[in-house]
Design a protein around this ligand. Structure first.
Ligand code: FE
Length: 196
């Protein structure tokens, strides 16, 4: 690392979001005001420490950056290696995705008449500074991919829970649903948030 990261941006975001959630707003207000806060955070790509920006050759990485002490929210850096993609999955809680570096494609999915999960509408391409929302209310099932086959992309995700411990689902194209708990990638932390 050539210079100390500007963690004041992340600290400011965490404090502003905690203050917002303390008011117990409804989900539309959380998504609207939280998106504005996250857009401010990802407007500058000068603060994410390098340790939380490292791709893995095989797997996309999910580094926990902050877990709220009351588990009202968590902040994660998603690091996409070239060409990496998620399975079709849900979140079960509200989420905000802010693009920090590179770009990603998010394809929404919906259940078709045969009961299979199929692409629904156009994929959204997120560019640096842009923010997207998910939730069971606004659309919760998608598949996300690095838009680049030759470089790393990074997005900052915020969820309305300690997402690494949330019971959620992967959807296979044949209609099969599998339970999953994502955990976090962070290898060297005494991470009290890694388990339910
Ligand atoms: Fe997702």
């Amino acid at each position: 690392m050539t210079s100390a990261p500007n963690l004041s941006r992340l600290r400011h975001f965490v404090q502003q979001l905690a203050a917002l959630l303390a008011l117990q707003p409804d989900e539309p207000a959380i998504l609207a005001q939280g998106a504005a806060l996250l857009a401010e955070l990802v407007a500058h790509d000068d603060w994410l420490p390098d340790d939380y920006a490292q791709p893995h050759p095989q797997y996309y990485q999910q580094f926990l950056l902050h877990a709220d002490s009351l588990a009202r929210f968590s902040v994660v850096s998603f690091v996409w290696g070239p060409g990496q993609t998620t399975p079709i999955h849900d979140h079960t809680v509200w989420g905000l995705i802010g693009m920090l570096r590179g770009a990603e494609h998010a394809q929404p999915y919906a259940k078709n008449e045969a009961g299979h999960w199929a692409p629904s509408g156009d994929a959204v391409t997120l560019l640096p500074g842009q923010v997207e929302a998910v939730s069971p209310r606004v659309g919760d099932v998608h598949r996300v991919s690095n838009a680049f086959a030759d470089k790393t992309s990074i997005s900052i995700h915020v969820y309305g829970a300690n997402i690494g411990a949330v019971q959620r689902h992967v959807y296979l194209e044949d209609g099969t649903i599998k339970n999953f708990v994502s955990g976090y990638t962070n290898p060297n932390l005494p991470n009290i948030w890694n388990l339910a």
